[in-house]
Design a protein. Structure first.
Ligand SMILES: Nc1nc2c(c(=O)[nH]1)N[C@H]1C(S)=C(S)[C@@H](COP(=O)(O)O)O[C@H]1N2
Ligand SMILES: [Mo]
Length: 556
């Protein structure tokens, strides 16, 4: 219902962005809150879209080392409490980044909506809000690694554009809330006079059109910016055309029969495209091989710097290694097996000469991730390497191009640094790695694990012979036995597929005569030392999940 309007201080505020400031008494804005409030929120959202999309587009013309959205996301990650990160990885797995962007989008939408409402009520506060938003974006851009002060320009321009958009939209919105005077003195036709008070100075339709156009233009600008950035990136092309040298020591031949005979078990060799990806990098770092350099320093006799050419010229080795993520839950799929090509880290360390007392190497990526790896693990005969090749290709960008670490037997968070640029020989007592600072362990040997892949949990299977199968791993110790238990029956040995090496996973299968009804399937592995996988349940934090996988199937 319309209430009588009085000039309020807020009406004064309204006129700031409004040419009609000589007639403050004629404003009606704000007496009906629900409608204009929602529309003001909409204006705020459109203005925020302008800020980000314009910055994204302008950024594409610069080198776009850290575009605002990516930089904001990274800052978001940095400020996300570790329990929430753990939760995201546990819940969304390799979709954790999508989840992050959705979470970020919801937060930005909410803040932008509030900003619109604030701007509508008090323009000066709205300006302050937009400037604050701009300051946050600029700060997160310039605090990213490898970014220069000039990289702030796109965000500054975006903020200015967003401010203008907000001003236009809020001004229009205020005008939808004003009515011209009925002007009764001029002897207007009573019919017209009756209409006039209800005709706003600006129609809602015009406001919606302007908001819609703003949003659409933002979408076009953002898409254009993304496409332009992608086209300007030549790192992907350079990676595609990189010729890998032949290894001086090729991988041992993979024996026949490594694949489980149970249909539906994952391929023994994981294709690059299917390899799980876990990292804190929102935008995959793009490194030119010409610019890549690895610094080996710390407790060493001489500091060493390696170029990519040095790696190409070195005696390279090749081996199959299964990587596993510490965040992998029992039965989870954050593990993969690939053929890696690289230089033994042992040889690199030899060049630098580690000093007595050193017991750890802190490896750091170009984007600031770090891992602490025991020095002796990098020197023993497990052939930890600085990898440049994965399954016969250069490393995919998201798996660490041009150089990453691959260390058999350790979870990725303490060993598998992608986009690695720095090795500091140090002591566990002196340095803490990225995840160790966030409550995870400083060391991470991989725990023995048997995974059931077929049938799937809660599957319905026909009675009769059912093939159960899966993959087990205990890198550096090897798998010597997998056993299956149906319901509370005896533990029965599964058929092991051929073993390639003790640093690769090993598959298995088990023929089951299934009788109708619900059944529970459990599996456990025994490693090369004779130790049976523990049934002690443990969460991934701090050093990896444990326990026997148990799943229910219905036999019909
Ligand atoms: N630079 C960088 N390297 C990293 C990480 C990271 O966050 N940043 N995550 C590590 C973790 S936790 C794992 S499990 C492996 C995963 O390697 P992948 O993505 O190639 O499977 O990379 C490791 N290397
Ligand atoms: Mo991991």
């Amino acid at each position: 219902m319309e209430k009588p309007s009085t000039p309020t201080p807020r009406a004064e505020e309204l006129s700031i962005g409004n040419p009609d400031r000589t007639q403050p008494g004629k404003h009606r804005g704000g007496t009906r809150l629900s409608g204009p409030t929602a529309l003001a929120a909409l204006a705020g959202v459109a203005a925020a879209a302008v800020v980000l999309s314009v910055a994204e587009l302008i950024g594409a013309f610069f080198t776009a080392r850290a575009t605002p959205v990516i930089a904001l996301g990274s800052t978001f990650i940095d400020f996300t409490p570790s329990w929430m990160k753990d939760f995201a990885i546990a819940t969304f797995g390799t979709n954790d980044k999508l989840a992050l962007f959705v979470g970020m989008a919801v937060t930005i939408l909410a803040l932008a909506g509030v900003l619109g409402i604030v701007a509508y009520r008090k323009w000066a506060l709205g300006v302050a809000g937009v400037l604050l938003m701009g300051a946050v974006i600029v700060t997160s851009v310039v605090t990213r690694a490898g970014v220069q002060p000039l990289d702030a320009i796109p965000s500054l321009i975006g903020t200015a554009a967003g401010l203008m958009a907000l001003r236009v939209l809020i001004t229009m919105l205020r005008r939808t809330q004003q009515r011209p005077d009925p002007e009764p003195d001029h002897g207007v036709d009573p019919d017209l006079a009756a209409q006039d008070p209800h005709r706003p100075a600006t129609s809602r339709r015009a406001f919606f059109a302007a908001t819609g156009i703003t949003a659409a233009a933002s979408a076009v600008a953002a898409t254009g910016g993304r496409l332009l950035s992608a086209a300007r990136s030549n790192v992907a092309q350079a990676r595609d055309s990189l010729q890998l040298p032949a290894p001086a020591k090729p991988a041992p031949a993979v024996p026949a029969g490594v694949q489980s005979s149970a249909p539906g078990v994952t391929p023994w060799l994981t294709p690059n495209n299917d390899f799980y990806r876990i990292d804190t990098a929102l935008s995959v770092p793009e490194i030119n091989v010409q610019d890549w350099e690895l610094r080996i320093h710390g407790l060493v006799d001489r500091e060493v710097r390696l170029t990519f050419q040095d790696l190409l010229d070195a005696k390279l080795i090749e081996s199959h290694v299964s990587l596993t993520c510490v965040s992998n839950p029992v039965g989870g799929n954050l593990a993969g097996n690939a053929k890696w090509l690289g230089m033994p880290i042992r040889e690199v360390l030899k060049m630098a000469g580690p000093r007595d007392g050193a017991d750890m190497v802190l490896s750091t990526s170009i984007d600031g991730f770090s891992a602490s790896t025991p020095l002796e693990v990098l020197q023993d005969d497990r052939d930890a390497m600085l990898a440049i090749g994965m399954n016969g290709e250069a490393l995919p960008l998201e798996h660490g191009y041009p150089v990453r670490m691959v260390v058999p037997g350790l979870y990725g968070f303490v060993s598998a640094t992608k986009w690695v640029v720095d090795l500091e020989v140090t002591r566990f007592a002196d340095s803490k790695a990225y995840w160790t600072q966030r409550g995870w362990s400083e060391r991470g040997p991989i725990k023995t694990m048997a995974r059931v892949e077929v049938p799937k949990s809660f599957a319905k299977v026909p009675a009769g012979r059912v093939a159960i199968g899966g993959t087990a791993w205990a890198q550096t110790r090897g798998i010597t036995k997998v056993e299956v238990q149906i319901d509370n029956g005896p533990w029965t040995e599964a058929v092991l597929s051929a073993e390639a090496t003790v640093i690769t996973w090993r598959q298995w299968s088990f023929d089951w005569e299934a009788t109708p009804g619900p059944h529970y399937i459990k599996a456990r592995a025994t490693d090369g030392t004779g130790e049976v996988q523990t049934d002690q349940r443990a969460d991934p934090v701090p050093d990896g999940a444990s326990g026997w996988q148990s799943l229910m199937v219905t036999v019909e």
